[in-house]
Ligand binder design. Structure first.
Ligand code: KG4
Ligand code: ZN
Length: 337
């Protein structure tokens, strides 16, 4: 079954074609970073306009790469939410219209579920059940994934998401948006012993997170010491260490609580090298297998939508002609879908 996937929930226009026999046949991502960088963050109206410009040309390119034409597509999946409402509307309208024109089933997909499932496209995917740490620009969550479609939320952030904390701290350090990758590069030349940032909420029981205090800590440090390049690098390093340690401590606690032996890390911050190395290093020795999607599938992409779309369309799920996108949409609501 050839499924076209369309992702337009935020500032990446992404499309892909997945087939159960041949796997991923094509995938393309157009990043709008250059459009938004001068504003220091995503401007929703500009995001929608760019999705309008880019989605159809990307679909044409994906079809041509896969040596297919529209008549070969047997299902269309698009991101239905959560995300920016105007941006979601573009992908949903294009996806729904193509589905109608091609007379194939069409389905709106949950953005977070697609982040969770993309790891299944790797060569050594985890078996269910597993624990997932989802760390992106908008979300920080620990989820017990019993099986496909059956999720239990164990903990989430009470304020900023991890990616958001990376981006805000990076902005403070004078790095361009989105600052997560740039902060990670700056941290490489930092002295890990100069500053010690707190590990928020680790002495509280439970699995929730809070990252807004770290950003304030970084700001105070920056005001006092951040005049030169080395101080900026040292702050970046201390911030990154605090985030990574906090995530490690909470993952370890969640693994003990659930008795799960497999951890999957997904979402944009899952591309962070220090996080990948430290989780691998500390958890593998405790008998836990750790799985990551390839870095390009940690950030938003079309492959995750095409694959998750395939899984649900193959079960016979399909939306009506009405287009219904959701800016907010809890993952647990999928259980009652
Ligand atoms: O999953 P994603 O592409 O979009 C959302 O759904 O939010 O995640 C984007 C977030 C941004 O905050 C970005 O700064 C962060 O992921 N990010 C990173 C790295 N690469 C992306 N944060 C830290 N280190 C990285 N290497
Ligand atoms: Zn995302």
């Amino acid at each position: 079954m050839h499924v076209l996937g369309i992702e337009t929930s935020c500032d990446e226009t992404a499309v892909a074609i997945y087939d159960e026999q041949s796997g991923l046949l094509a995938h393309h991502v157009y990043s709008q970073i250059a459009t938004h960088a001068k504003f220091g963050g995503v401007v929703p109206e500009l995001a929608s306009r760019d999705h309008i410009r880019k989605t159809l040309p990307l679909i044409e390119q994906a079809l041509s790469d896969a040596k297919l034409n529209g008549n070969d597509i047997e299902g269309v999946a698009y991101t239905k939410g959560p995300g920016l409402i105007g941006a979601l509307m573009v992908g949903a309208t294009i996806g729904r219209s193509l589905g109608w024109a091609w007379q194939v089933p069409t389905l709106g997909i949950h953005h977070l579920e697609s982040h969770l499932m993309v790891v299944m496209l790797e060569s050594n995917p985890p078996q269910f059940p597993f624990l997932t740490l989802l760390v992106s620009g908008g979300h920080t969550m620990l989820i017990d994934v019993h099986e496909f479609g059956n999720y239990q939320m164990l903990g989430q952030t009470l304020d900023d998401a991890v990616g958001e904390a990376f981006d805000k701290t990076a902005k403070l350090l004078g790095l361009p948006y989105p600052g997560g990758p740039g902060l990670a590069v700056l941290a490489e030349s930092g002295n890990p012993y100069r500053f010690h940032f707190p590990r928020p909420m680790v002495s509280h029981p439970g699995l929730d997170f809070s990252f807004s205090g770290l950003k304030t800590y970084a700001m105070n440090c920056f005001k006092e010491y951040g005049q030169d390049e080395q101080a900026r690098a040292d702050i970046a390093c201390a911030f990154e260490d605090a985030v990574v340690d906090t995530l490690l401590i909470k993952c370890r606690r969640a693994l003990q609580q659930t008795k799960l032996q497999r951890l999957v890390v997904v979402g944009g911050v899952g591309a962070n090298k220090k996080l990948r190395q430290r989780l691998q290093h500390n958890l593998v020795s405790q008998g836990v297998n750790v799985y990551f999607p390839r870095p390009e599938f940690c950030t938003d992409n079309g492959a995750m939508v095409a694959y998750t779309g395939y899984l649900r369309l193959a079960r016979g799920e399909c939306d009506s002609l009405a287009i219904d996108v959701r800016a907010r949409w809890g993952l647990e609501e999928l259980m009652t879908r």
